[in-house]
Design a protein around this ligand. Structure first.
Ligand SMILES: [Zn+2]
Length: 313
């Protein structure tokens, strides 16, 4: 170890600090003098000479500090800002960047976790039996998104209407486009229930079940998408259908989601005649089995809401 060099470096640092102190004192003196202005009875010329003298002193102190600084051992500046050093700041509450960096980190970390979770879910639910083959899937990835043009949506709903009404004579599917690109679909199941589904593109956004006798239109003839049913049984069906809407939500196959959702809703045709698969009764607390499983879209398990949680255990 070169002790002499170290002593010299320490001396240089000491001198630099002295010069820095001198510069600060002269700067403080200058600012004080400027702030206070000329003293009583002092002529302007004398005051300006005083200022000039202080500026010269400060200039000398700066030159000395600069020379002392040049003699210090060189130290490479950091190539990039090291955010890790932010956590070493003793008063990190005093500036915003620490919080901003922390928020960005938390957000990115969470997004990474969600995307990994979504990726594994999609991998496990590839709809092998009813879904398209890999070749078709690749094509869908390129062109199909939820926000499809209205003509494309009309085509899909029209095909669904034809196949559904052909398969179930008791069912009717009507669709309207009251405002913009949003589509309103009204599914009538026998003379028992009506379901209103509001879509943006092919993404269902709202779903409401009502009794057959309840009105589904406003005074101006448009579909009433806001008023819920006054009957408890259809309110429960609406709640459960909201869950189904979220369940049948494969981002790669929006048309298949719609197909599954409508077929699942159609299973409510036996709402008032089917037995609960847990307690084997039709009525429980005066209500039929309004909860349906999502495992099979065309033949789901049927439960009373209070039996569904017991059956799941
Ligand atoms: Zn039950």
């Amino acid at each position: 170890m070169d002790v002499t060099a170290d002593i010299e470096a320490a001396e240089n640092i000491k001198n630099s600090l002295k010069h820095l102190q001198k510069l600060r004192v002269s700067l403080q003196s200058l600012f004080d003098n400027l702030g206070n202005g000329p003293s009583e009875g002092q002529e302007n010329q004398a005051y300006l000479r005083g200022i000039q003298q202080r500026l010269i002193t400060m200039d000398n102190a700066f030159t000395e500090l600069e020379n002392a600084g040049n003699s210090l051992p060189s130290n490479n500046p950091p190539q990039s800002i090291n955010t890790m050093a932010l956590s070493l700041e003793p008063e990190n509450e005093s500036f915003e960047s620490f919080h901003n960096v922390l928020n960005s980190y938390t957000w990115t970390k969470r997004m990474q976790e969600y995307s990994m979770c979504a990726s594994s879910l999609l991998r496990d639910n590839q709809l092998k039996r009813t879904g398209p083959s890999n070749g078709l899937m690749a094509k869908r990835n390129k062109r199909e998104v939820h926000n499809l043009p209205p003509t494309h949506v009309d085509g899909i709903i029209s095909r669904l209407k034809t196949s559904l009404e052909h398969k179930h004579q008791d069912t009717k599917l009507d669709y309207y486009r009251p405002l913009g690109d949003s589509t309103v679909l009204v599914l009538t199941i026998e003379k028992m229930m009506k379901v209103i589904i509001v879509f943006r593109g092919l993404l269902p956004e709202r779903i409401l079940a009502k009794g057959f006798a309840e009105s589904t239109s406003l005074d101006n003839g448009q579909v009433d998408i806001w008023s819920g049913s006054k009957h408890k049984v259809f309110q429960l069906v609406s709640q459960h259908a909201q869950s189904a809407m979220l369940h049948f939500n494969n981002p790669l196959c929006p048309d298949l989601n719609l197909y599954h959702l409508v077929n699942w809703l159609h299973t409510y045709k036996d709402l008032f005649t089917a037995e609960c698969q847990y307690c084997n009764k039709i009525l429980n607390n005066g209500l039929p089995p309004t909860a349906r499983g999502f495992d099979k879209a065309t033949a789901p398990a049927k439960y009373h809401p209070q039996c569904a949680s017991s059956a799941a255990r």
